[in-house]
Design a protein around this ligand. Structure first.
Ligand SMILES: [Zn+2]
Length: 105
């Protein structure tokens, strides 16, 4: 068994597990019921965790998780190639000079 992901909440953990299983990687959620019954546990120990059962699939699993994280995290600020101002990641044009911003890969 290998922990591959610590989720912020249970729906998050289920999404990751579903993505892993669709990729052919058997996965399990631990700590599914821990939130709300924390007791003395440090918070970080109580988040739902996604574990894979086949350690040799770790690399593949991490790629799946990375793909998930990239899709769900707000895009980073982009800096304008013309005036060097930074704009929010969802902008296509620089707010300052109107120049085209680089597209995230
Ligand atoms: Zn600009």
């Amino acid at each position: 068994m290998k922990r591959i992901y610590t989720a912020a909440n249970l729906p998050d953990a289920h999404l990751v597990r579903n993505m892993l299983e669709q990729a052919g990687i058997p996965a399990h959620i631990f700590n599914a019921n821990a939130i709300g019954a924390l007791g003395d546990l440090p918070m970080s120990a109580a988040y739902p965790q996604v574990w894979i059962s086949q350690v040799h699939q770790e690399q593949h699993a991490r790629a799946v998780v990375a793909e998930y994280s990239r899709a769900s995290v707000p895009s980073e600020a982009k800096s304008c190639g013309t005036c060097s101002e930074s704009s929010p990641g969802e902008f296509e044009l620089c707010w300052n000079c109107g120049g085209e911003l680089p597209v995230h890969s």
